[in-house]
Design a protein around this ligand. Structure first.
Ligand code: ADP
Ligand code: MG
Length: 240
């Protein structure tokens, strides 16, 4: 579903991604871990073209997304992204936050978009918040609304950038549950996370990034119990 070949990304003189290659199969959940500043967010942002790619190739379901002929907006509607800080529109209700993409980008009828939005709100456990404004929601509710908003575009893949890092500990579980449900339903997911429990339980594979490269990857049990790379060992010894 996602193929990344020798991806390089520089900001001016600073080379942040130094040749990343990765493959994510349909329905696979890949968790990306690594120290702050190692390029995890930049990696995700390159996969949905929030950053332009310096060199290399990213393919999503057959489409080379960084081909100049590719329609960027179409790519973005196929790749859902959930950020640490929710990024909901503050002056729109939860329901409007969810319907705006399908209506504006996909040309869906308002009524149809609303019906889908209500189904998604039920799925993320927010049926009673359709008419609420983001400011009245807890962080966990905002994040679940943000996930529903992404899903409304019917993406082929979902990217999560530390979706629970800004949440109070007691709100993390509900968001992780929603993500687990999605994984169970077969969504292809790339999840940057510090939630090692989630990576272990839900991840099919774990990628450890450091200094702009993938230092090690493997199945979660191997990475967490028997890391081979000294950098992986050092990182895990600090957080586990
Ligand atoms: P991580 O998500 O692993 O913490 P990031 O991808 O956010 O890492 O950042 C990797 C490096 O890229 C950092 O050194 C960061 O300062 C730099 N960086 C990220 N975005 C930009 C930008 N827009 N301009 C310049 N440097 C950036
Ligand atoms: Mg980051």
């Amino acid at each position: 579903m996602i193929t990344v070949k020798d991806l390089h990304k520089s900001f001016g003189d600073l080379e942040v991604l130094k040749g990343i290659s990765a493959e994510v199969k349909e329905s696979e959940v890949v968790c990306v871990i690594g120290p702050s500043g190692s390029g995890k967010s930049t990696f995700l942002r390159c996969i949905n073209l929030l950053e332009d790619i310096t060199s290399g190739e990213v393919t999503i379901d057959q489409d080379v997304i960084n081909d100049p002929k590719t329609n960027i907006n179409q790519v973005r509607s196929q790749v859902g992204m959930v950020f640490q800080h929710f990024n909901l529109f503050p002056h729109k209700t939860v329901l409007e936050n969810i319907t705006i993409g399908p209506v504006k980008v996909k040309g869906m009828k308002e009524e149809a978009a609303k019906e889908i939005a209500l189904q998604l709100l039920e799925k993320v456990g927010l049926s009673d918040k359709a008419d609420a404004y983001p400011e009245s929601l807890s962080g966990g509710q905002k994040q679940r609304a943000a996930i529903a908003r992404s899903l409304a575009m019917e993406p082929k893949v979902m990217l999560f950038d530390e979706p629970t890092s800004a949440l109070d500990p007691e709100l993390v579980g509900d968001v992780l549950e929603v993500m687990k449900d999605l994984a169970r339903e077969g969504m292809t997911m790339v999840v940057v996370t510090h939630e090692m429990g989630f990576a272990r339980e839900v991840g099919d594979r774990v990628m450890f990034m450091d200094e702009g490269v993938v230092m090690e990857e493997g199945d979660p049990q191997q990475i967490f119990e028997d890391p081979q790379n000294p950098r992986t060992q050092e990182f895990l010894s600090k957080i586990l």
